[in-house]
Write a new protein. Structure first.
Length: 495
């Protein structure tokens, strides 16, 4: 039988089924490895990825057209070297904790077979990260690449497979669809042998993962506002925001999407933003840029993702200074039809001004409630009380204080766990609010030794009252009291 080119979906489904069988067999071997062996594998894979950080960054930039090669190098190094340093001493397989006094032993159990969905915005770094945490957890992983980043993802996977071969382990612990289609991805996500889905991408992808019937860790969109409070060191706050928003041309979803500040410092903030390379679009130009930020279906315009401010301005037909790093549109409104209030994975910011920090707080909540609930926001302030109030009230999983959000949220410049999969919690319709890591990919088997007998429980229990005891007596209110209450209610209602 000859299979036509139009039957690509069938071929991709068959490939998915084959990959599942191979990965399942490989994981059955790997799960017998002890912690020392697992750690050696993770160390070797991290070193191999680190050595190819430059070449993989170039491949990702050339293939996707997103971002900056030098920043993608940093992301690849973060995903390999920094993540490895954080996870290398974690206990994940075998006995991971033992409490003799309480009679409790905890055993790490790999979840098994994982499907990992990879976006085009951070393709190689996300594959590196998910490979390392999966191996550390004793799992096998099959990647489903975004079609626009297929080649660089396959190249990253091949580095891991060669490393596994060199360690005499089955390379099918790490594999990828070579024909990424929606049908193949659905097959992986709904396969009865699949144990977990790691979904990084758009809303539709994450919803599909959660509706698959397989346990899933999905991450939602970011739409983080950055609040500059009146006590902030304004030049440094602006530098941090622009450093973050221009890093890889804004492709990290934790990057700032809008700036909110107080009326009393509005001019200072605007002047400093202009001085450091941001450009406030005049009203007419602002509307022209806004019209192209979102594409069909009110979704982000993929042609502008990860591009420069100059590229976006040219696409909108507006003139801006050649030194422009970030485009800013002044806004007061929040809603799906107002693009400056939404997630923009590109160097474009909305700008809001409110009278005081309380109103700024409410504006941040309004923006996050529209899009990005549970993800990340930033505050620049020296007032610990205001910072504390934001921490108590904001619907986010990460409140970043005095730092560039894109690098802070992933744990590059903060003490958060280094991760490229940022959970948004229940409010963001995610199963976790963690910076996802190896411990999210294991189950824990608890071995519990008996400490008491039934007789001990009976001795400790309070003496039961006789079944013949009279019922509790509840005094009924007097008729006079009822009448007085009725009269009072009628008087209030003016009856």
């Amino acid at each position: 039988m000859t299979i036509e080119v139009s039957d690509r979906d069938l071929l991709s489904i068959q490939e998915a089924r084959i990959l599942v069988r191979q990965a399942q067999a490989a994981q059955a071997i790997f799960q017998e490895c002890d912690q020392k062996r697992v750690d050696a594998v993770v160390k070797a894979a991290a070193a191999a990825f680190e050595g190819e950080a430059q070449s993989l960054a170039k491949m990702a930039r050339d293939e996707t057209g997103f971002g900056k090669e030098e920043d993608k190098v940093l992301k690849n190094l973060f995903a390999s070297k920094r993540v490895y340093e954080h996870i290398k001493d974690l206990k994940t397989v075998g006995i991971i904790n033992q409490d003799t006094e309480r009679g409790l032993i905890e055993v790490g159990v790999p979840m098994g077979l994982i499907t990992a969905l990879i976006p085009s915005t951070n393709p190689t770094s996300t594959v590196i990260f998910k490979t390392l945490i999966a191996l550390k957890a004793g799992c096998a992983v099959i990647f489903s690449p975004h079609p626009g980043a297929r080649n660089c993802i396959l190249a990253t996977v091949e580095i891991a497979r060669k490393t596994l071969k060199g360690l005499n382990l089955p390379p099918d612990l790490i594999s990828s669809l070579s024909m990424p289609t929606k049908e193949a991805t659905d097959c992986l996500m709904r396969h009865p042998k699949m144990n977990l889905i790691l979904a990084t991408g758009g809303n539709a992808m994450v919803k599909a993962a959660y509706s698959s019937g397989i346990p899933a860790i999905g991450v939602g969109p970011g739409n983080g506002p950055a609040f500059i409070e009146k006590t902030a060191e304004i030049p440094l706050a602006v530098k941090r925001i622009l450093d973050s928003k221009t890093f890889d041309n804004g492709t990290i979803c934790a990057s700032e999407q809008s700036v909110i500040t107080e009326t009393s410092i509005r001019n200072k903030v605007m002047d400093e933003l202009g001085r450091q390379g941001a450009y406030f679009l005049p009203p007419g130009d602002s509307e022209r840029v806004e019209r192209i930020l979102m594409g069909p279906g009110r979704t982000m315009n993929a042609k502008l993702v990860g591009q420069t401010a100059l590229f976006i301005a040219q696409a909108a037909g507006v003139s801006v200074p050649s030194s422009t790093k970030v485009l800013i549109g002044q806004e007061t409104r929040v809603g799906l039809e107002f693009a400056y209030s939404r997630e923009k994975l590109m160097p474009v910011l909305g700008f809001y001004v409110e009278d005081n920090w309380e109103k700024c707080c409410q504006k941040c909540i309004e923006i996050l409630s529209l899009e990005g609930a549970g993800h990340t926001m930033t505050i620049h302030s020296k007032d610990e009380n205001v910072i504390r109030q934001f921490g108590l009230k904001k619907p986010v999983s990460r409140l970043i204080v005095n730092a560039p959000a894109a690098l802070a949220a992933i744990g590059a410049v903060t003490s958060l766990s280094p991760s490229l999969t940022l959970g948004c919690g229940a409010i963001g319709h995610n199963s976790t609010s963690d910076n996802v890591g190896p411990l999210n990919l294991i189950n824990i088997r608890r071995v519990a030794y008996g400490k008491k007998e039934l007789d001990d429980l009976r001795k400790e229990a309070p003496v039961a009252k006789s079944l013949n005891s009279p019922p509790l007596s509840i005094n009924s209110p007097s008729p006079d009291l009822i009448e007085a209450l009725v009269e009072k209610v009628m008087a209030r209602l003016k009856i």
